[in-house]
Design a protein around this ligand. Structure first.
Ligand code: ZN
Length: 247
């Protein structure tokens, strides 16, 4: 039985290393305050031309917000609100994210996508609290990667992450109903645009019309280049075939 004590010591050590402990959870008043601030961040992101997703990291022991983030994914697919908040936490803290995350909560207006939930798992946040669910956003006709945060959490052996969904969902859901409606309007607007005209040679005096035509003209130019390139490639291949059959 001499092996039993070292084994128990190893198990305790492993538990300490993986941070198995119950982090304190904010009370309902604090949860509402933090989520309303995340909604403000989502609206700020939307006002800047991005999607309405906001996130923040809070210290439930002090009842204080530690770092904030909003969506900048219009041009950068990894710059989600949660990623932004984690990066901002890292920039703020003298300690590493790993050292402080266990005592902190991450709030996000919508359920973290698999990318963000994996980043949350690597960080080891004590709890994640979200408003709107992934199925709700998909139900609005919006594109989402359909893997639930709970599944990622269950497959993350390093940390026990408490997941709380539906926090102030009655206030976060309208963000995504509105976003989906705006996306449908944009899609309808594109569908209603007249197709590229065949009369590229005609001239028009109207300035706005001129700009629109310029856009189409350069697109056509790009297609011409592709056709020319294909033709050149075709003739090179013919030359190669001719040279090899002559040998
Ligand atoms: Zn994400």
């Amino acid at each position: 039985m001499g092996w039993l004590l070292p084994l128990l010591q190893l198990m305790v050590l492993l538990q300490l290393m993986v941070g198995v402990h119950a982090a304190p959870l904010s009370n309902a008043t604090m949860q509402a305050r933090f989520m309303r601030r995340a909604i403000e961040l989502a609206l700020e992101g939307e006002a800047a031309g991005n999607d309405p997703y906001g996130a923040l990291i809070a210290d439930p022991t002090r009842g204080a917000i530690v770092a904030e983030g909003s969506n900048h994914a219009t041009h950068n697919p990894i710059w989600h609100g949660e990623m932004s908040a984690i990066a901002n936490l890292s920039a703020l803290s003298a300690a590493s994210v790993y050292a402080v995350a266990g005592e902190l909560e991450l709030y996000t207006t919508a359920e973290p996508c698999p990318m963000c939930m994996a980043a949350i798992g690597w960080s080891g946040f004590g709890a994640v609290l979200f408003g709107t669910s992934i199925p709700f956003i998909i139900g609005q006709g919006q594109a989402q990667i359909n893997v639930r945060a709970a599944e990622i959490a269950a497959r993350t052996p390093m940390h026990n992450i408490t997941l709380v969904g539906g926090v102030l969902a009655n206030e976060t859901n309208p963000l995504y109903v509105k976003q989906a409606a705006a996306a449908r309007r944009r899609a309808q607007g594109r569908a209603a645009e007249p197709p590229a005209a065949a009369d590229e040679g005609e001239t028009h005096g109207h300035a706005a019309h001129g700009r629109a035509r310029h856009g189409r003209a350069s697109h056509t130019h790009g297609k011409d280049e592709a056709v020319q390139l294909q033709a050149r490639l075709g003739s090179v291949l013919q030359e190669v075939a001719a040279a090899s059959s002559a040998q």
